[in-house]
Design a protein around this ligand. Structure first.
Ligand SMILES: [Zn+2]
Length: 409
């Protein structure tokens, strides 16, 4: 009735990808290399498994077990020791805030006179380079019994020049709550999460639009994760690690060999992780691009449909099933991600391209930050997302950087 060949085309049109062929092309481009990487990992894990359980067959469900054994053998850094060097306040001030100050010229001042929505939510005023007030961020890092799981950013007040409103955003995580009088010590994954959610916060805080409905993160689904993924990269910046990763009692910097081990382990297991995601993205497209007469008429054929779709896309690996099988792939039927599960990859396409751009200019370069702020974060959803991107970058995102990142060249 609406003139679209299928639901996937309708969804793609509203996103950055613009069309189903553009989505298909990116996914297809990755498939062979990603399969190869996963196969390489499969062979090496199968060899280790043969030593652990001689005579047994290595199966999909053994994968993570063997992978953790190999990870512990190869990576010499003990995650539990890292925590003593990752104290929450230090990571927040000397890592997350410091990166934003270096890049965008903004500073943060804790406002003890402003109360958050709960006792342990802290409010920080955000000041622009000239000292004027830009907005506020509510930092709510710890678990509590009534809190939903996961980590997210919320916009409490959307920025708008029409209504003369400054943005107020939250940074909500579920880090282990410290015992009274004790410091809160984070895992490395927690640190990345904090940077990630703060990337969404910056999108809201640095918004510069007229209408509140177009502010900050009001952008297409395949765009919204891009600024937050970019912000993760500063967690890895040696200059910042030296400042924020310090022992909570002695102030000693984190040993260099641990940082090197973290860097070395960054891509461990990525072949499998990328393949299971890619397979899920292709499966989502298969369901939503299929004409009605090609859909399984019988519940018993759901798995058959899935298998045929994965085979046709060249991503059927017996040891690496898709992240979600059809029967429990919630996102793509009622979860708002129908024909849009590819969004994560599309965001990563721009993320990888932008990180390459920052690398050329200097990772904490103020001028580069200023351009990213004014041309990309500022316009929010007031301009077509890809137009914003081209205006910032001067070109379309180059898939080469994404291919390099996932180890496919
Ligand atoms: Zn996110």
């Amino acid at each position: 009735m609406l003139g679209y060949p299928h639901h996937a085309a309708y969804v793609a049109e509203d996103g950055c990808a613009g069309s189903t062929p553009a989505v298909d092309e990116l996914l297809a481009r990755l498939a062979p290399g990603v399969m190869e990487n996963a196969q390489r990992e499969a062979e090496s894990l199968a060899a280790r498994f043969a030593e652990i359980a001689p005579g047994e067959t290595f199966e999909a469900w053994d994968w993570h077990y063997v992978e953790e054994i190999v990870r512990a053998e190869q990576l010499t850094v003990d995650q539990s020791l890292l925590r003593s060097y990752l104290e929450f306040d230090r990571v927040l001030h000397d890592g997350v805030f410091a990166a934003a100050t270096a890049l965008y010229g903004i500073t943060f001042r804790e406002r003890e006179d402003l109360v958050g929505y709960t006792g342990d939510a802290r409010v920080f005023g955000v000041l622009d380079a000239d000292g004027s007030t830009l907005g506020a961020v509510v930092i709510d890092p710890f678990t509590r019994p009534t809190k939903q799981g996961g980590a997210w950013m919320t916009s409490l007040v959307d920025q708008s020049t029409l209504l003369d409103r400054a943005p107020v955003v939250t940074n909500t995580c579920n880090f282990p709550a410290p015992a009274p009088g004790q410091p809160s010590l984070l895992s490395w994954d927690n640190v990345i999460t904090l940077f990630h959610e703060f990337g969404h916060d910056l999108h809201g805080l640095l918004s510069d639009v007229r209408y509140p409905s177009r502010s900050g993160t009001s952008v297409p689904r395949d765009f919204v994760e891009f600024p937050s993924q970019v912000n993760e990269i500063w967690a890895w910046e040696p200059e910042l690690i030296a400042r924020y990763a310090r022992h909570h009692e002695t102030g000693e910097p984190m040993p260099r060999e641990w940082i090197e081990a973290l860097q070395a382990g960054r891509h461990f297991g990525e072949g499998q992780a990328t393949l299971e995601l890619l397979a899920a993205m292709l499966l989502d497209q298969a369901w939503h691009q299929a004409p009605a007469d090609r859909l399984p008429g019988d519940p018993d054929d759901v798995e058959g449909f899935e298998q045929r779709a994965l085979e046709a896309a060249g991503v059927a690996h017996p040891l690496v099933p898709p992240r979600y099988r059809s029967a429990y792939f919630q996102h793509i039927f009622g979860g708002g991600y129908s024909a849009a599960y590819y969004s994560y990859l599309w965001s990563e396409l721009m993320d990888a391209d932008t990180v390459a751009w920052f690398r050329e200019r200097g990772m904490l370069d103020r001028e580069a930050g200023e351009r990213f702020r004014r041309r990309l974060l500022g316009p929010g959803g007031s301009v077509d997302a890809m137009e914003t991107y081209r205006d910032f970058r001067g070109s379309e995102p180059d898939p080469r950087h994404l291919l390099e990142r996932v180890g496919v060249s």
